[in-house]
Design a binder for this molecule. Sequence first.
Ligand SMILES: *[C@@H]1O[C@H](CO)[C@@H](O)[C@H](O)[C@H]1NC(C)=O
Length: 217
Amino acid sequence: MDQVNGSVVTEFVLLGLAHSLGMQLLLFLFFSLFYVGIILGNLFILFIVVFDPLLQSPMYILLANLSLIDLGLSSTTIPRMISDLFSDYKVISFQSCMVQIFFIHVMGGVEMVLLIAMAYDRYTAICKPLHYLTIMNPRMCTFLVVFAWVIGVIHAVTQFVFVVNLPFCGPNNIGSFYCDFPRVIKLACTTALKNAERVLVLVVFNFRFMKSFKNCN
Ligand SMILES: *[C@@H]1O[C@H](CO)[C@@H](O)[C@H](O)[C@H]1NC(C)=O
C-alpha cells in the first residue's frame, strides 16, 4: 500500500499520453492543428451569426451559442495538454483539477441541452411548419439557452460537491491528460466509496447475467 496516513494530496500528476519524443512531437502537431481549427472554425461561425442580420433565426442563434460552448470546452483541456506534452513534471494543483472538472461538466451539460434544443427547433420547423414562428419565438429561444445553462450548472454542482469533499491521501497519479470525475474518484481514500463501488459492480454484473439468462429462453 502506498497510502500515507494523515497526508493530504494537494496536487495530482497527469501521466499524459506519450513518453517518447517522436510520439510527443506527433501529438503536438496533431493537437495543435486541431485546436487551431476548432478556434478558427467556431470564431468564424460566431462572427457570421452575430454580424449577419439575415441569420437572426433561432437555428443560427442556437448554433452560435453552441460554438461559444465548443470554444470554452476545448479551451479547458487542450492548451494545458499541449503545454504538458513537453514538460517533465506534469502536475496540476488540486484546485486547478477541481476547476477543470467543474468547467468540463458545466459546458458538457450545456452542450447536451443545446443540442436537444436545436433538434427540437428543427423538429418544430419540419413537423409543425405553420406554428413554427409562434412556438420558436425569441422568448422561447432565450428560455432554451438559459435552461441549458441552468441544467449544466446543476449537473456539475451535484457531482462537484460529492467529489470536492472526498479525502485524498494516497497515490495521486491520474492516468490521463486532464482531470475528470471517474479518474479522480478512483484516487479517493475512503472505504465507504470502495464498498459502494463494489455494490454497483455487483448490481451491474447481476443485471447482465439475468439478461443473458433471459435471452437463452
Ligand atoms: C445565445 O442565445 C441568446 C438567447 O437567445 C442570445 O441572446 C445570444 O445572442 C446568443 N449568443 C450568441 C453568441 O449568439
